[in-house]
Design a protein around this ligand. Structure first.
Ligand SMILES: Nc1ncnc2c1ncn2[C@@H]1O[C@H](COP(=O)(O)OS(=O)(=O)O)[C@@H](OP(=O)(O)O)[C@H]1O
Ligand SMILES: [Mg+2]
Ligand SMILES: [Mg+2]
Ligand SMILES: [Mg+2]
Length: 339
């Protein structure tokens, strides 16, 4: 008998690999000195839409009844104003899929991501490019896809085209795909590998928080770096933080490159989105780690498109979880959220 969610796992890997190729192709063709100095976001926009269309088309082929909560929608591609961008996206998608897609089919595929989410049945959640800023810098970004069943993340795939397979050789062998299914463990494989060779991922065995290291966002606007410095002080952490964009941070903690990923609320009005955390969440749990919000409560993926019942995210190797939550509570307890 095939393993639980074997067909979903294979389809999700295929979708993430194809979308990763779309992103890499866009980067090679469109991200130039000029776009970078002009802070022109159009390359990432083309890649966001293209990758969402490709993933949603593949999901529809395999699981036509499964809805999708995707980050993007086709609004900006509609009408006269969107025509030029839309043409680029359609060309890009057609270079990546087996059967040519018309403009309408591409727009419809993107808008298969409009589902509201919720607590019953199955749905996928997709972030076609997570870490858009990292993508534009040629650094870390990820294509993230997860399957949520009755409000629980049951499968997650994170494609990381620029992540080294082995952090001790940071300039070689880039391109990692991390995958986890409930109850089956977390694995990494080479993105675009010929075969199906996979290595089990284990979170670190660091037991004393003093010996731990953080993995943090590059952008201070997405997680309070001031609070994390205070938490590091309380825990006696002296090791330098690993800084990277995107859900590659979850992969880094899942394979022991770092021990703690903190995403501390910067403003009380921001609500985290499910596609920014679902795939990383199961990868951490299946690697033996533990994830919660800043109060120590599990993330609730059943509330719709956002994590409206949670504030912030704390992902750890598991062993240092209690100490980290205590330090987070002490730090945040002293002030109003986001202050
Ligand atoms: N204010 C605020 N607070 C928290 N999170 C926010 C905020 N604004 C945006 N976002 C979301 O952050 C996603 C990128 O997260 P990263 O961890 O990659 O951040 S960073 O790039 O390292 O700064 C990013 O995902 P992408 O848009 O897919 O790149 C956003 O969904
Ligand atoms: Mg994102
Ligand atoms: Mg995104
Ligand atoms: Mg975005």
């Amino acid at each position: 008998m095939p393993a639980y969610l074997a067909a979903e796992r294979a389809a999700a890997i295929e979708a993430v690999e194809r979308a990763s190729r779309v992103c890499t192709a866009v980067f090679q063709r469109l991200v130039t000195e000029e776009t970078l100095t002009k802070r022109d976001k159009s390359p990432v926009t083309v890649a966001d839409f293209g990758a969402q269309a490709v993933v949603n088309a593949i999901l529809e082929k395999h699981f036509p009844d499964d809805p999708v909560v995707g980050e993007e929608d086709s609004k900006d591609l509609q009408g006269e104003a969107g025509r030029a961008l839309c043409e680029k996206v359609v060309d890009l998608v057609n270079a990546a899929v087996e059967r040519p897609m018309s403009t309408d089919e591409v727009l419809r595929a993107i808008d298969r991501g409009q589902y509201a989410g919720g607590s019953t049945g199955r749905h996928w959640t997709l972030d076609p490019i997570d870490g858009t800023k990292g993508f534009l810098r040629g650094e870390q970004f990820a294509v993230c896809l997860a399957l949520i069943i009755d409000g629980k993340v049951s499968l997650g795939v994170v494609g990381c085209p620029n992540l080294p397979f082995d952090m001790s050789r940071p300039t070689e062998d880039r391109g990692v795909l991390a995958v986890a299914v409930e109850g089956q463990g977390a694995f990494q494989r080479r993105l675009h590998a010929d075969g199906d060779a996979e290595e089990r991922m284990h979170a670190s065995s660091v037991a004393n928080a003093r010996d731990a290291s953080f993995c943090e966002s590059v952008e201070a606007g997405h997680s309070s770096h001031g609070d994390s410095a205070r938490i590091a002080e309380l825990l006696g952490i002296t090791k330098q933080s690993l800084r990277m964009d995107s859900q590659c941070k979850y992969v880094a903690v899942a394979r022991g490159d770092a021990d703690i990923y903190l995403r501390l609320p910067v403003s009380s009005s921001y609500t985290e989105k499910i596609w920014d955390h679902a795939a990383g969440n199961i990868i951490i749990r299946e690697a033996g780690g533990r994830v919660s919000d800043v109060s120590g409560e599990p993330l609730d993926f059943s509330a719709g498109r956002t994590l409206s019942r949670n504030k912030g995210v704390i992902a750890t190797n598991g062993r240092v979880f209690d100490a980290v939550i205590a330090a987070v509570q002490r730090t945040l307890g002293d002030k109003a959220p986001g202050a």
